[in-house]
Ligand binder design. Structure first.
Ligand SMILES: [Zn+2]
Ligand SMILES: [Zn+2]
Length: 221
């Protein structure tokens, strides 16, 4: 899929798709999730998911275990980055897994994929990561934007857009995973996405033992 085709596809997804059969944020045991990539894939197939992305921390090893060219797979990863002194996560979608520059920002040991503390000490420059995602034919999306401790979130995101950010993860079950460290609301994130004309994506950020797509009721603000 070309970058333009992927952009079109992502733009076609609405909130109800993310609540029903599209989940672009799942962790496997390659990073700190509990399920193996093929278990996630098989569960997603059983649940009739239309599209999924296994977005491991700084890693794409999941795609050695499942076919990245499968009809329901959008290949991706989630990178630990720093921007203006703030620790952020950037999701990469539709990336060419063979791209050499992409390989240069992956973690090559288990600690850089699984261990939160190690990951904190190995933050990547956000602009470099966004540039490399584009170079690998992918799109760069800011994960769970409501979590970042910035006073002016809109301005922060505008600056990220100026260095190439393509979209925001608007549909995200904050209450389930991030009740303690949430500083902004999903409503604010949605408003900013619309105002700045950014792609809106969504995902469960599932790290669990069992994969299930999240329903609207679980997608709490
Ligand atoms: Zn994250
Ligand atoms: Zn995640």
């Amino acid at each position: 899929m070309s970058m333009e085709e992927l952009k079109k596809l992502l733009l076609s997804f609405k909130e109800e798709d993310y609540c029903k059969n599209v989940d672009l944020h799942i962790h496997s045991d390659v990073s700190d999730g509990k399920m193996k990539p093929d278990e996630i894939y098989n569960s997603a197939k059983k649940l009739n998911m239309k599209y999924i992305c296994i977005s491991d921390h700084n890693a794409i090893d999941a795609y050695e275990k499942i076919c990245p060219k499968d009809d329901i797979i959008i290949p991706g990863a989630e990178f630990d980055c720093v921007y203006k002194g703030i620790y952020i996560h950037i999701l990469a979608y539709g990336i060419d897994l063979e791209n050499d520059e992409l390989k240069s920002i992956l973690s090559d040991d288990i600690k850089g994929k699984k261990c939160k503390i190690t990951r904190l000490f190995r933050l990547r420059d956000a602009k470099k990561v966004i540039d490399i995602i584009h170079c690998a034919n992918g799109l760069a999306i800011l994960a769970h934007p409501a979590c970042y401790w910035v006073i002016n979130l809109e301005n922060f995101i505008l600056n990220l857009k100026e260095i190439g950010l393509d979209g925001l993860e608007v549909y995200y079950p904050y209450k389930r995973w991030r009740s303690i460290i949430k500083f902004h609301s999903r409503k604010t994130v949605l408003k900013i996405a619309k105002k700045l004309n950014l792609i809106q994506t969504g995902g469960s950020d599932c790290h669990g033992k069992k994969y299930y797509n999240f329903s609207l009721t679980k997608l709490s603000i």
